[in-house]
Design a protein around this ligand. Structure first.
Ligand SMILES: [Zn+2]
Length: 293
């Protein structure tokens, strides 16, 4: 009997020990962002202290993306949603997300950026060139290092608000990130210094802030957020000839058929760019390099 009791105690200890071993580690706090360049900034700041979930996966269109049921469930674990502000996806979804997760802290990471109102920035000499896709503030604030600096600062402020006890750690990471953003800024300025032809065509107008901050002219092929009308294509061909435009940028998230037609008509090179690249600095410097060539 004694031996049976001994064995059952032993078994109990073994079971206890093994279950304590497989018990999951306490999961890290999670924050959520909309697009990959924001995830890059957030990842650099939080380091190994938090997980960063990105709602819009690589290759998806941020203007029309619908989150998956799995993503909506995962939002339960998220402490904060750091929105770009004014992105098509956010305009359609953010209110619903907030209703389903009232405890979710909402952060507008474009706060304090002087937002470019699309109509104001459009070519007023030529009304046919005005792109009404983003009526109101243009959302693509991560496309310029100058506005990205503010965007990253907003993420940093929200992170130390959530987890003040690790402020020192986050501040050190943030300082490194700012140095990278500033060095990208000076690289772009240096590369563009010698570029005479400062106009470009682009399928979806995602480079408004880059164009504004570095003295470039962006002409959007998309019109009213849709495929261009024959009339709009015609006016683009005229502008391309007048301004001797050499390059037409396309993004993999958008249809490129019309870009090919335009390239043929104008002799422009079609260059695929990735303004939603997780490697934010590379995404931007690749774009600038295509203008320098
Ligand atoms: Zn867009």
């Amino acid at each position: 009997m004694k031996i049976v009791r001994f064995l059952s105690v032993l078994l109990f200890v073994v079971v206890l020990f093994s279950t304590s071993c497989v018990q999951p580690k306490k999961s890290k706090p999670t924050i959520t962002v909309s697009v990959l360049p924001q995830k890059y900034f957030a990842d650099q700041i939080v380091g190994n202290k938090m997980d960063v979930m990105c709602m819009i996966p690589a290759g998806s269109n941020p203007e029309s993306y619908d989150p998956s049921p799995n993503q909506l469930i995962k939002l339960n674990k998220s402490l904060a949603y750091m929105a770009v502000g004014n992105l098509g996806f956010e305009l359609a979804w953010l209110n619903k997300l907030k209703q389903n997760h009232p405890e979710l802290k909402l952060v507008d990471t474009s706060d304090s950026i002087s937002l470019i109102i699309v109509d104001e920035h459009s070519d007023t000499k030529n009304p046919a060139m005005i792109d009404h896709n983003h009526i109101g503030p243009d959302p693509h604030t991560w496309s310029s290092p100058k506005s990205s600096r503010i965007l990253a600062t907003n993420i940093y402020k929200a992170v130390i608000d959530i987890d003040a006890k690790n402020k020192k750690y986050y501040t050190a990471n943030f300082t490194k990130l700012l140095a990278e953003i500033d060095s990208t800024d000076s690289q772009i300025t240096r590369k563009l210094k010698m570029v005479k032809n400062r106009s470009f065509l682009i399928y979806h107008p995602a480079l408004t802030y880059l164009a504004h901050d570095y003295g470039l002219d962006q002409y959007s092929v998309e019109f009213n957020g849709k495929e261009p009308t024959p009339q709009h294509l015609k006016s683009l061909i005229n502008v391309a000839q007048k301004e001797k435009i050499k390059v037409i940028f396309v993004q993999k998230e958008f249809d490129v058929k019309n870009a090919a037609i335009l390239a043929k008509e104008t002799g422009c090179r079609v260059v695929q760019i990735d303004p939603l690249n997780y490697k934010w600095a590379k995404g931007l410097t690749d774009i600038v390099d295509a203008l320098v060539e």
